[in-house]
Design a protein around this ligand. Sequence first.
Ligand SMILES: [Zn+2]
Length: 166
Amino acid sequence: MRPLSESDIRRSFVNCSKGEAKRVNVPRDLEERPWDDLDFLGWRDPGAPERGYLVAERDDGGLVGVVLRAAPGTSRGFTARSMCSLCLTTHSGGGVALMTARRTGEAGRQGNTVGRYLCTELACSLYTRGKKQTAVGGDLEETLTVDEKIVRTRANLAAFIGTLSE
Ligand SMILES: [Zn+2]
C-alpha cells in the first residue's frame, strides 16, 4: 500500500468519533514501516493495550480506518492454537485475539459490533508474505503461492470491512 501520513490515518477512521480519532496513538515510526509489504497498516495502542487499529486502502484509493478492541482475556493465558481470520496464520499462546469493531453509522451508535479473531500484533501482511513466522510453524499444508495468499488476505480484509457497514 502507499505510505500514509499521520493526518491520512486520523482522517480514515470510520467507526469512531472525530474526537476519538484525534486521540488515537498513531505509530511514530511511519517512515520505517514496510509499506510495500503491507495490505493494511495495523498496530496496537501502547497506551491502551486492549486497543488496536487497522487502516486499509480501498481499490479506489480511499482509506478505511477501523478501531478495534481486544476482548478481555482472549490474548493472555490462552494456550490453545487458533487461527487469524484474515491471514489464516495459526498461532498458539495468545498470538491471536478476538477483536471487536464497532459498526459504522446508526448500528454502531447503538453499540453493535463485529468480532473477528485476528493476529494480536496485526502483522497479517508479513505473515502472508512469509516475512514473519510463528513459533508454531506452518502446520497447515498451504499450497498457495505468496501472491495467492495476498489475494486471499485482502479478500478477507475487504469482507471484514464490508460487514462494518452492513
Ligand atoms: Zn493475521
